[in-house]
Ligand binder design. Structure first.
Ligand code: MG
Ligand code: MG
Length: 346
């Protein structure tokens, strides 16, 4: 076998004779094929036309760029070659019925980070694959908690195009070989370091956050003089896939909490096609994903475009934020802790 096995062979080995696994494999291959086309378009930049041109608003009020719609069409087209009953997409108000009676449904953010297209910053495609359940044609059966996911992943279009995915047993990364248009396995086990001193948050919203998030970030900024007892760096790319890729590569924590801006009580990120697949990847890599008070993958969605607060990354740091929400944060006991600095060390 090659040093870097191709995606198709890898999936065939994994699937064996299992009907469900074969269906999942065919679906991942179809998504990957669409992403090869999206990658080629992204790489051509302005030569491919005005990919960043504004075309309208989606159901959630986000501006749709030309590339958002092209990527959405490519994914829908690909789903017709897969055993998929129904597709939920950021760009579609309602679920799109693909093939009635098929065993799987897919949720996708066809192009994440599209506001970055014109700036040549990494963007991506996120996907999640779930079983259709008992009422395969009933859109209500789409509303499943993230724990039912059979597979999830993203393709990041950066200096390299990479497919990062989980089949429920670890997280792995494939790199696209542009010479052959084939994804090849380059990292078998992606692991997130449990400790970190890098946090990512849009701090321009700080005055609108709740007290827990503000206390946590204040304590990060206080560095080694504060209750965390360590100096932090901050990162903010404003592209979820790029942030997740960095955290999978070298640890870190990402926070998009709810805030008091109109429409942002539950943050900005969508549960079914952004948070759940990212949470699945992160957990399978040894990290954690929470709203602050609940594991993201345990949330029962009420609607397909539902938003939830999203905090994910290095396990110990995510657990630290949960302590702030539980009222057990180091700041809470700051006077006592400052008297004994050794207690402050993580
Ligand atoms: Mg997105
Ligand atoms: Mg998008």
């Amino acid at each position: 076998m090659s040093e870097y096995p191709g995606l198709k062979n890898y999936l065939a080995d994994w699937a064996g004779d299992s009907e469900t696994r074969i269906a999942v494999s065919r679906t991942i291959e179809a998504i990957a094929a669409a992403c090869v086309d999206i990658s080629a378009l992204v790489a051509r930049g302005p030569l491919a036309g005005e990919l960043g041109a504004e075309k309208g608003d989606n159901v959630d009020g986000d501006t749709q760029k030309a590339l958002d719609l092209i990527a959405n069409d490519l994914i829908i087209e690909a789903m017709h070659n897969a055993p998929v009953a129904c597709l939920v997409s950021e760009e579609l108000e309602e679920p799109s019925v693909i093939k009635k009676g098929a065993p799987l449904f897919v949720t996708t953010d066809p192009l994440d980070g599209s506001s970055n297209i014109d700036t040549n910053v990494s963007v991506g495609t996120i996907f999640s694959i779930m079983p259709t359940g008992q009422n395969g044609d009933d859109p209500c059966c789409l509303l499943q908690a993230g724990t039912t996911q059979l597979a999830a992943g993203y393709v990041i279009y950066g200096p390299q195009t990479a497919l990062v995915m989980t089949l429920g047993d670890g997280t792995m990364a494939f790199t696209l070989d542009p010479r052959t248009s084939e994804f090849r396995l380059t990292t078998r086990v992606v692991e997130i370091t449990p400790n970190t001193n890098e946090f990512a948050i849009n701090s321009s919203n700080s005055r609108k956050w709740d007290g827990h998030i503000r206390a946590y970030v204040d304590d990060c900024i206080a560095g080694e003089d504060g209750p965390h007892g360590t100096n932090y760096n901050m990162r903010w790319i404003a592209s979820l896939v790029a942030e997740c890729h960095r955290i999978l590569s070298r640890g870190g924590i990402f926070l998009y909490p709810g805030d008091i801006r109109q429409g942002y009580a539950m943050g900005r990120l969508r549960l079914m096609y952004e948070c759940n697949p990212i949470a699945f990847l992160v957990e399978q890599a040894g990290g954690a994903a929470t709203t602050g008070i609940q594991r993201v993958m345990d949330i029962e969605p009420g609607k397909i475009h539902e938003r939830v607060p999203m905090i994910f990354g290095s396990k110990h740091e995510v657990e630290l934020v949960e302590k702030y929400y539980a009222g057990l944060n180091p700041s809470h006991e700051r006077p006592q802790l400052f008297r004994n600095r050794t207690l402050l060390r993580k």
